[in-house]
Design a protein around this ligand. Structure first.
Ligand SMILES: Nc1ncnc2c1ncn2[C@@H]1O[C@H](COP(=O)(O)OP(=O)(O)O)[C@@H](O)[C@H]1O
Ligand SMILES: [Mg+2]
Length: 463
């Protein structure tokens, strides 16, 4: 008996990881050392960054619900931000990639206040990070925010080059592998976390400052929404205040008084019945998708469907928190807030630009379907065929389109912008640096620059 107990005690697993201790989601670890769920995990905190220690609480859950959460009612951006904060704990059990939202808008419109509200779900006001302070210790901070929220204020304060790198690494969910002192590879830190960011311009525009182009993958991981166009800046319902600034100041105070209780309560409910919770989450996501499809003229491109799914998960997190009595909000408040978020994202993408992008893909698809076998030399074939008016080459499911043929296909349109659209839709594999065309593979004589189009474009629809 005794030996058995000792063996069981010996089975303690130390973890340096905060949030979900592993992919099985049996235990959730807080920077304070608190563990919810499987008590076999013990947090080894010696190298934890400061952010971890700020994941602490003040006041009761009821205090938070009746002050911070109550102020969110009628304020879709605040409901959205809080729902996103809860969603951080859902990524791992739902097996989805992490990501989040960038609130873009002029200064003094309440963006940072919205970030503070989201932060109060998990910790103290100091759990709010700044882009600037984070660019150095980003990996540590992101790992500390695993399973919860990384809130990054003021993108404008950091170097444009840095912004791109930081966003890329955050979105990837993985740090750099490094050699340890003994020379063996130390595994890279990994995280799945909600990201909530603020700034006066979008990530894409920020990166343009440094001559970089953001990749579609980055943009869809950090969905850009205009956050200063609500009734009063970022706010709609000032809760009996006549002045938005006074409302902002009151919320800031509330979020600094009651915090760090809602996130842990959410995790407790999740752990109580994970299967049921994820099943309900999927139901919320499905109904969100159905409502969104009815409400908006959604295109079937990959970016849009990923964004819809992301907003759906945020809605689901908020609805679960409401169903579990954590927020005190009306049912569907989180779904409606996520619909507002999706609408803002769609508006920001620009209706016309969206259509142009779709048209570029349709032109290309039509051309390849019509001339795929007549105007493209097949590099897989053993005997070369003579091709009249060759537009390019093909191998497997890839098409290499010569630049002059590209110009012809997109006659009447800006060919470079068309290439960007096709790349953003995920069908063009761009070259290094800012080149959208790349050197042809060695099998093609002279290796001219070509646009490399991936086969799935033939299945891309205009339904
Ligand atoms: N919607 C608003 N309209 C007018 N003033 C505001 C608004 N929101 C906040 N403020 C004022 O601006 C200050 C900064 O708020 P903050 O949330 O940090 O704005 P932002 O991050 O958009 O610059 C607040 O202390 C408040 O005085
Ligand atoms: Mg601010």
């Amino acid at each position: 008996m005794r030996a058995k107990t000792l063996r069981r005690e010996g089975r303690v697993t130390t973890t340096k990881r905060l949030g979900w201790a592993d992919e099985s989601c049996r235990a959730f670890v807080f920077g304070t050392g608190r563990v919810i769920g499987d008590g076999g995990f013990v947090f080894q905190s010696s190298h934890a960054p400061g952010a971890a220690a700020e994941m602490r609480d003040a006041g009761t859950l009821e205090d938070w619900r009746s002050t911070v959460a109550a102020a969110c009612e009628g304020n879709p951006l605040m409901v959205l931000a809080v729902s996103l904060a809860f969603a951080g704990a859902l990524f791992e059990p739902m097996h989805t990639e992490g990501g989040g939202i960038h609130l873009r808008g002029a200064s003094s419109r309440g963006k940072s206040t919205v970030l503070r509200v989201a932060v109060s779900v998990w910790g103290s006001p100091k759990f709010l990070q700044s882009w600037r302070a984070t660019s150095n210790g980003l990996e540590g901070v992101a790992a500390a925010c695993n399973g919860s929220l990384i809130a990054l204020d003021e993108m404008g304060e950091i170097d444009a080059r840095e912004a791109g790198k930081t966003a890329y690494m955050l979105a990837n969910g993985q740090g750099k592998a490094r050699a340890s002192r003994t020379g063996t590879a130390r595994p890279a830190a990994r995280w799945k976390t909600s990201i909530l960011s603020s700034g006066e311009i979008s990530l894409a525009d920020k990166m343009t400052e440094a001559g970089q182009t953001s990749r579609a993958g980055q943009e869809v991981r950090l969905l850009d929404i205009l956050a200063d166009g609500q009734t009063h800046g970022a706010f709609d319902d000032l809760n009996r205040h006549s002045d938005p600034a006074a409302f902002a100041d009151e919320i800031r105070l509330k979020a600094a008084t009651a915090f760090g209780t809602a996130g842990p309560a959410f995790v407790e409910h999740l752990l109580r019945n994970m299967n049921e919770a994820t099943r309900q989450a999927r139901e919320f996501i499905d109904s969100f998708k159905a409502i969104a499809a009815e409400k908006f003229d959604l295109t079937s491109d990959g970016q849009t469907s990923r964004a819809v799914a992301r907003f759906g998960l945020i809605a689901a997190a908020g609805e679960l928190a409401t169903a579990w009595g954590i927020t005190g909000w009306q049912p569907e408040a989180a779904i409606n807030a996520a619909l507002t978020g999706l609408e803002l994202w769609l508006n920001g993408r620009g209706g016309a630009g969206q259509k142009e992008a779709r048209d570029a893909v349709i032109r290309l698809r039509a051309f390849i379907s019509a001339h795929g076998s007549s105007k493209f030399e097949n590099l897989d074939g053993d005997a070369p065929r003579t091709i009249l008016n060759r537009a390019g080459w093909t191998r497997g499911e890839t098409y290499y389109i010569a630049t002059d043929a590209w110009h012809e296909i997109h006659a009447g349109h800006d060919p470079v912008r068309c290439a960007k659209y096709v790349r953003d839709e995920g069908f063009l594999e761009s070259g290094d640096g800012r080149n959208l065309a790349q050197r042809a593979p060695t099998a093609i004589p002279g290796r001219p620059r070509v646009y490399v189009i991936k086969g799935p474009i033939l299945g891309a629809g205009d339904d």
